[in-house]
Design a protein around this ligand. Structure first.
Ligand code: NAP
Ligand code: G4F
Length: 341
């Protein structure tokens, strides 16, 4: 039978890759978009001509719009990727963050419980929920499905509320509802305010500055916050495959999705500078208190053994490939803009 999936957050990084994957598997895809005054469909522009993709307006904070969409399309699968996903911003907008990222998930769960109990549901949980907690085994420090949650931001608290709500609806109402506890994943399509994209966009700018004969004195500077935080960074294309695999299982469950490697922001910075032949980044980078957070998550490294065994999932893109793909893409973007301009 041909399947239909509703994707909340289709205009985001993950939404765009998931839409590609589902269309590739011959699904009918219904993408939920927010009404905004300027365009927000850039990441899915290349898919818009596909007759199996339809877009419908809706907002996660509006129960009635979710109800209308689920009743009209009656999907076999629903993916909730929508969120206010920037951790730093959640300190400035904690109430909005909770309404969208926490309560928004509950809105979908309630609609499914009452009106579509056989629809399978995926919730985008996050490694941010672990906060400063970890599991220590021998010399190894990591997070897995059994690690405690100790969230350190309004975003993480909202995600944890959604995570527990999803588990509760699975246990109490028998919904096929699964959570992917996804560690950081980036890509060419990553939003410009996340640290990786901020770095690779800057590197592209610096590269073109030197290519045009600019000198060191007139080179732009990069302003960043905490360089010591460690993250487990993978590529979004690998991670959306895991989302889909979870909903194909007979039994719903929660899974950590990660690479099993951790690198500091400083490591990412160094690796990015190296792609353009610069060994010492310190001349070009300044620490700026504006980008420090009131509370930080110091160390994330995921143990994805369960996903490997049960789902047969493995990450394909290495850390160095991720860095070079993002830098190459950003350099190409600048060149294309200059050609058009
Ligand atoms: P993203 O690029 O920021 O995309 C977020 C999506 O949510 C966008 O499509 C956005 O729409 C939509 N959205 C925001 N508020 C909404 C609302 N009120 N109603 C409906 N849609 C709304 O995030 P991402 O990196 O693709 O991440 C996807 C999901 O995974 C998010 O839930 C994120 O929190 C979670 N997650 C991400 C990572 C990661 O490292 N990327 C790791 C773990 C979990 P607009 O385009 O209109 O803004
Ligand atoms: O790139 P980030 O903003 O990602 P963060 O906070 O880890 O959150 C991302 O991953 C989560 C999964 O763990 C997702 F749930 C969430 O939606 C999002 O996708 O920051 C990464 C690290 C942090 O420690 C931050 O303090 O980089 C540090 N950092 C240092 N300078 C900076 C900057 N972060 C940002 N955004 N901008 C800076 O200038």
């Amino acid at each position: 039978m041909k399947k239909k999936a509703v994707v909340f957050g289709i205009t985001g990084q993950d939404g765009s890759y998931l839409a590609e994957l589902l269309l590739d598997k011959n699904y009918d895809v219904v993408g939920v978009t927010r009404r905004v005054s300027t365009g927000n469909t850039g990441r899915i522009a290349h898919l818009m001509d596909c007759p199996r993709l339809s877009l419908v307006e809706g907002d996660l904070t509006d129960y009635s719009s979710i109800l209308r969409i689920i009743e009209e399309y009656q999907p076999q699968e629903v993916y909730n990727l929508a969120a206010m996903s920037h951790v730093g911003t959640s300190f400035d907008q904690p109430l909005l963050s909770f309404d969208v990222t926490g309560k928004g998930c509950l809105n979908i769960l309630e609609v499914l419980r009452e009106h579509s109990p056989f629809t399978r549901f995926y919730q985008a949980s996050s490694s941010e929920m672990f906060g400063d907690a970890l599991t220590q085994r021998g010399g190894d420090k990591f997070q897995d499905e059994n690690t405690l949650f100790r969230p350190q931001s309004p975003y993480a608290i909202a995600k944890l509320a959604a995570h527990h709500a999803t588990r509760l609806y699975r246990q109490s109402y028998n919904l096929h509802a699964s959570c992917g506890i996804l560690f950081n994943h980036e890509s060419e399509r990553r939003g410009g305010r996340f640290v990786t994209k901020k770095i690779t966009k800057y590197i592209a700018q610096l590269y073109t500055h030197f290519e045009k004969g600019g000198d060191q004195e007139s080179a732009p500077l990069l302003y960043l916050g905490n360089l010591d935080a460690k993250r487990d960074w993978g590529h979004a294309e690998d991670y959306v495959r895991a989302m889909w695999l979870m909903l194909q299982e007979d039994k719903p469950d929660d899974y950590v999705i990660a690479t099993g490697e951790t690198h500091s922001v400083r490591d990412f910075l160094k690796a990015s500078f190296e792609t353009i032949g610069i060994d010492d980044y310190t001349t070009f980078v300044r620490q700026d208190p504006r980008f420090m957070r009131p509370s930080e998550v110091p160390y994330l490294k995921g143990n994805y053994s369960k996903a490997k065994v049960v789902l047969g999932w493995n990450p394909q893109v290495s850390f160095s490939d991720l860095v070079s793909r993002m830098v190459d893409y950003d350099i190409k973007q600048i060149k294309e803009r200059e050609t058009v301009g």
